[in-house]
Design a protein around this ligand. Structure first.
Ligand code: PXG
Length: 287
C-alpha cells in the first residue's frame, strides 16, 4: 500500500509528495527536522520533539507556518493515516523554494513535511553484547559555527564521522569537539557509569540535547542513581565501568569498547541494563 505523506496540510500519496528542486532545504540544507518513535500507536514524547523543532527553527530564523498544537496534530494524523502502530516519524521543515542564492528573503513557502514509516532497528546482538565504538577524526561542528543543538538538515558533519565508523565495521562513531572533549556519537548521545555515578557531557560540549538522553537522565534519578553532566575526554570512557548510547533509534544501547580498548569487563553493565529496561517500560506505557 502506498504511504501517505503530509505536506503543508495535505495528505498525499507517496508518489505525489514532491518538493521543488528550488527548495533551500535541498539546495543548502536550510531547514530543521525531528525523528520520533511511535510505540503502540502513541507518538513518544511528541511535545518534547515539537518543542525542539521550534527551538531549532528559531535558532536558524525559520518561521514554522503552524503552531505547536497544529504540528502535533499533523504528526498524529499522518501516523493514523498510515496505520502505524510501531514505527518512525520524520518531521521536516524546509526554508521553502526561492532563487539560487542564500538570501532567506528570497524564499517564501516553508514546507512542513511528515513521513510515517516502519523503523529499521539495530540488530538484537548489540543490545545483548554491546557495540564497539571508534573515535572519528572528524571534529563535531564548532558551536559558534553551527550549533549542534540545532537539529538542522545539514548533517554532513555527522555523516562524515559515520563513514569513518562504517569503514571500520563500527555502526556508531564517537565525535570529539573542537577542544578534544567527548561530545556525542553521530546520531546518539553518550553516557558512562563510574563508581555508580551516571555521567554525560553537558550541552555546551557541543551536542544535540537528545530527548532520549533527557528521558534516561530522569529515569536514572528515579532509580536513585546520581546523574552528573561532566566534561569528559576519551580517557574517562576508557576507565569507565560502563558505557552506553541513547537515541531515538537506538533507545539505550551498551558500548563495550572504544578504539579497541575494553570498557569495564567488556560486557553490558548492570546500570545500563536496568536503564534499558526502564526505558522500554516507559515506551510501553502511554506518555
Ligand atoms: N545526537 C545527534 C547528533 C543526533 O542526531 C541524538 C544525539 C539523539 O537524540 P534523540 O532526541 O533522538 O534522543 C541524535 C538523534 C535519523 C535519526 O533518521 C537521527 C536521530 C534520531 C532519529 C533518527 O538519522 N538523531
Amino acid at each position: 500500500m502506498s504511504k501517505s505523506v503530509y505536506i503543508n496540510g495535505e495528505l498525499l500519496p507517496e508518489e505525489n509528495a514532491k518538493i521543488s528542486v528550488f527548495d533551500h532545504g535541498l539546495l543548502y540544507g536550510d531547514g530543521v527536522f525531528e525523528g520520533i518513535r511511535v510505540y503502540g500507536g502513541n507518538v513518544f514524547l511528541l511535545n518534547e520533539h515539537v518543542e525542539r523543532l521550534f527551538e531549532s527553527a528559531n535558532a536558524i530564523r525559520l518561521t514554522i507556518p503552524l503552531n505547536r498544537e497544529q504540528v502535533s496534530e499533523a504528526v498524529r494524523e499522518t501516523v493514523q493515516a498510515n496505520g502505524i502502530s510501531d514505527g518512525y516519524v520524520r518531521l521536516v521543515v524546509t526554508r521553502g523554494s526561492g532563487s539560487l542564492g542564500l538570501d532567506i528573503h528570497r524564499t517564501g513557502d516553508p514546507q512542513l513535511i511528515v513521513i510515517a514509516d516502519t523503523i529499521m532497528l539495530y540488530p538484537a546482538e548489540f543490545y545483548e553484547n554491546g557495540l564497539e565504538l571508534i573515535t572519528a577524526s572528524t571534529v563535531r561542528n564548532h558551536p559558534q559555527a553551527l550549533s549542534p543543538r540545532v537539529k538542522s538538515l545539514n548533517y554532513l558533519n555527522n555523516i562524515l564521522a559515520k563513514i569513518e565508523g562504517t569503514d571500520t565495521g563500527a555502526i556508531e562513531a564517537l565525535m570529539l569537539n573542537h577542544k578534544g572533549e567527548v561530545a556525542e556519537c553521530t546520531g546518539d548521545n553518550i553516557f558512562i557509569v563510574k563508581r555508580g555515578v551516571l555521567r554525560t557531557p553537558p550541552p555546551d560540549a557541543g551536542i544535540l540535547e537528545g530527548i532520549t538522553r533527557n528521558a534516561v537522565m530522569k529515569l536514572a534519578v528515579e532509580a536513585g542513581v546520581v546523574v552528573e553532566e561532566m566534561t569528559m575526554t576519551r580517557h574517562d570512557i576508557f576507565i569507565a565501568d560502563e558505557c552506553f548510547l541513547t537515541g531515538t533509534a537506538a533507545e539505550v544501547i551498551p558500548v563495550v569498547s572504544l578504539d579497541g580498548r575494553t570498557i569495564g569487563n567488556g560486557r553490558p553493565g548492570p546500570v545500563t541494563r536496568d536503564l534499558l529496561q526502564r526505558f522500554q517500560a516507559l515506551t510501553r506505557s502511554a506518555n
